[in-house]
Design a protein around this ligand. Sequence first.
Ligand SMILES: Cc1ncc(COP(=O)(O)O)c(C=O)c1O
Length: 380
Amino acid sequence: MNPTLAPAASASLIRREVAGLPSYDPGADTDEVAALSGAGRVIKLSNSEIPYGPSPAVAEAVRLGTAAGFARYPDPTGKRLTEAIGNHLDVPADRIVLGNGSENILELLCRAVLDPGDLVVTQAPGFSLHEIFPRVMGARVEKVPVTAEFGFDADAWRRALAAGPKLVFLANPCNPTGAILNSAELARVVDGTPESALLVLDEAYGEFARPDQSYPDGLEALRGLDRPWIVLRTFSKAYGLAGLRVGYGIASDNALVRALDRVRTPYNVNRPAQDAAMAALGDHAHLADTVSRTRLEIARVAGRLRAAGLRVVPSSTNFLFIDTGRPSDRIARELHRAGIIVKAWREPGYETYIRASLSTPEDNDVFVRCLTETCAKDEL
Ligand SMILES: Cc1ncc(COP(=O)(O)O)c(C=O)c1O
């Protein structure tokens, strides 16, 4: 085979929208950072995972599921899990959709709803898949900036929503800032979103924020509304199941769920993931413990970084958005040498910011020390 011919030929097949797409940035590779740093153990703070692991009930559920046979396809409707989620939230199971992570549902929504040229409104800085998946469909994406204090810009949202989007992606809490919208702010987005548009409320980090008095439960805010909406949640974050890939959506109506069923791969949530999610959902004590430990630790780490002179956005999640005052790529590279992986932020206006999630208190102390030392270096 001629190694130069194959890529050139395939390049001409790729749709224009896809060829121009930014790649999703999953953060630096753990093995590469381990090799670079010579550290026996890498401290990975780049993917907003939790350090505590899932409920102990998960391992047992997956083991029992294994006995039932990996040779069988999983239930394509995820019946047991949608019923359990429906009972838990007091929503009919036929309004619950499952995804291979909640990112899968973001993708399905774009596939089901968007035509080329449609407008999608989301926020900046934001979660890159809120932009990438619409662009795959040839949609235009308008990103509404946060205020200088990382708050909700009501006027900017009103203007963007008045332009007639077909889809609105709102993350509450926001990734990467960790900030939350309060009930009044959420209501302004809901009221401003045309009834002909689908409002997608992405609550991937909602469990961490729920104890905040000012954090609105999106499902309660939307449940009675006679308009298209969907609330997305995930087992990846507070439930500690990122590796198994299972998220869910609660939709305004069953027609939306059926549309997503038509565009998804039929067995999108595998058998161990369904079993694990059932077990995790049932362990309320483990979730409560994870959330309270996370909230204490995020306050401690943010306090230490602020005491060292860094600007840190108040966070209701398990990660911090930190202004290093230096190009974040360089800071991230220095931290790699110390065996620490953070996400260097690259959106325009935020190139001095990193996003770092929590690990154990000991790891977090290493991170605080290395980051403050790195930021103090003149040559960076
Ligand atoms: C805002 C937001 N939504 C959705 C996701 C997707 O998470 P998952 O596919 O693991 O459920 C993430 C992951 O980081 C996220 O930050």
